[in-house]
Design a protein around this ligand. Structure first.
Ligand code: ATP
Ligand code: MG
Length: 456
């Protein structure tokens, strides 16, 4: 069946832009992801126009322009009023230029035809154009046929495309996973040989692709391609150590397989998926034979070891500090039991955990249970524990020193202390007592306890 483009989806400002360019004797077509997404019936998130006009000419024709990527021939034109305002990326027909370093073309080279411009693009499904005024699809590289066959295929000779820009191998994998299409064999086969070129790509660009891949319906599909082709050994070699590493009675799968299942089961947001991907990286280095259970392994302290490893990995991926700390804190906290909780234990747990992370920690925990086979009884226990923690929170127990019914200044006068670390120590010791016994949280009681702690 041939899918059709619903031309009514093309926003007014895009039509207006193309009309204006044509009125001045230039060509203008919608290109790239927007065309692909319209054909697939997916929402279009950016509108890219390819034109024969030079960037200077584009800038002269439109009042509101941002020279976004002028070096690459791209001008962002803002068109439409008020809510209708739309940024449209207008790029002059480009050729390949020379990629001497595999990162980016050294210099842009403009070309004269749309067909040439399309033939330097990465994948056939990204190399289609639409003439929005005549409602015509321009598809010399048969992207539509590939879409209908469900194929991700490089434009022309895959090895050449991948040799020109090392990021393209990751893009191919990402689109296969995100769009749930099959990576054509010859295209996949060209990934391994292109790895030396991939190594030259900046880590920021790799990170962006990895995070997009992680938002796929099932990232495992892409992660498996990465493993097969050698990309994983470049981007996340730590995960490979889990391949074939069998675990224990709680786990039907090896560490790697379990990890993929947890990633797929986590909600489709990049950061929680990345956390899932790294949550057990501490297992291979901590694996030991369990002396009490022959044939089974234990992974003592794997959450701490894993948290440290994740810290390094996230740094390498150039995540922001805030994102990195979030991933690390979740991994450090993920290995808690589901049985045998006392009220005191729930408060200790809440006191250790940053409240803003609690919800994600449970998302991770649910995914982790799914990765062990998704036993409904275990999932129920996760929900029960969640409800129990919420109930405890609704009683507003003291969980931070700020919640104590005593402030540091009164403590200092009472004990005759100067400001200094001792004050904080005593406050934390008081908090520990109060977390265990909330009834102690009264000024007079705390002052008495503080005397004892100080004297001890
Ligand atoms: P999305 O925006 O959904 O990630 P997209 O296909 O729009 O997907 P962009 O990065 O926005 O991807 O690029 C727009 C178009 O530019 C692509 O469809 C493709 O034709 C071309 N393109 C982007 N990056 C490359 C690249 N590294 N090599 C070759 N062509 C590329
Ligand atoms: Mg895009």
């Amino acid at each position: 069946m041939t899918s059709r483009i619903d031309y009514s989806l093309i926003p007014g400002p895009v039509l207006q832009l193309c009309r204006t360019l044509e009125g001045k004797g230039h060509e203008a077509h919608l290109v790239g992801g927007g065309v692909r997404d319209m054909l697939m019936g997916r929402p279009v998130h950016d509108w890219d126009v390819a034109t024969s006009a030079r960037p200077k000419q584009v800038q002269r024709l439109f009042r509101r322009c941002i020279p976004t990527g002028i070096k690459h021939g791209t001008v962002t034109v803002l068109l439409g009023a008020g809510d209708e305002e739309l940024p449209i990326e207008v790029t002059t027909y480009r050729g390949e230029g020379a990629y001497s370093d595999g990162r980016r073309p050294d210099e842009i080279c403009f070309v004269s035809s749309l067909e040439e411009d399309l033939s330097r693009r990465d994948l056939t499904i990204n190399a289609m154009a639409v003439d929005p005024l005549r409602r015509r699809l321009v598809d010399p590289l048969e992207g539509q046929r590939d879409l209908e066959r469900g194929l991700i295929r490089a434009v022309g000779v895959a090895a050449e495309r991948f040799g020109e820009d090392g990021l393209r191998v990751m893009r191919a994998v990402r689109f296969a996973a995100v769009l749930e299409l099959h990576l054509e064999e010859a295209t996949e086969a060209a990934i391994g040989p292109a790895i030396p070129v991939f190594r030259k790509v900046s880590r920021e660009r790799v990170r962006d692709e990895l995070l997009k891949l992680l938002e796929a319906p099932r990232p495992s599909v892409g992660l498996e391609i990465m493993r097969r082709t050698g990309l994983m050994a470049e981007v996340l070699p730590e995960l490979l150590a889990g391949v074939g590493l069998t675990q224990n009675r709680h786990h039907p799968h090896d560490v790697y397989r379990h990890t993929l299942l947890v990633v797929d089961s986590a909600p489709p947001r990049a950061l929680i998926r990345l956390t899932a991907l790294l949550h057990d990286v501490g297992k291979p280095p901590t694996a030991a034979d369990n002396p009490r259970r022959p044939g089974e392994k234990s992974f003592h302290d794997h959450e701490r070891v894993g948290a440290r490893m994740a810290d390094t990995i996230c740094g390498g991926l150039r995540l922001s500090n805030k994102e990195r700390q979030r991933v690390v804190a979740l991994i450090r906290a993920h290995n808690f039991r589901l049985d045998g909780w006392t009220d005191r234990a729930t408060r200790r747990f809440l006191a250790r955990m940053e409240p803003a992370l609690l919800e994600e920690l449970f998302e991770l925990k649910r995914a982790d249970v799914m990765g062990k086979g998704g036993d409904p009884g275990r999932l129920e226990k996760v929900d029960e524990l969640w409800a129990r923690l919420q109930a405890e929170l609704s009683r507003a127990p003291a969980l931070r020193t700020n919640d104590l019914a005593l402030d540091g200044r009164l403590l200092m006068t009472h004990l005759g202390l100067e400001p200094g670390p001792r004050v904080g120590q005593i406050m934390r010791a008081l908090l520990e007592r109060v977390v265990d016994e909330p009834d102690l949280n009264e000024e007079a009681t705390l002052l008495r306890l503080a005397e004892e702690i100080h004297a001890a």
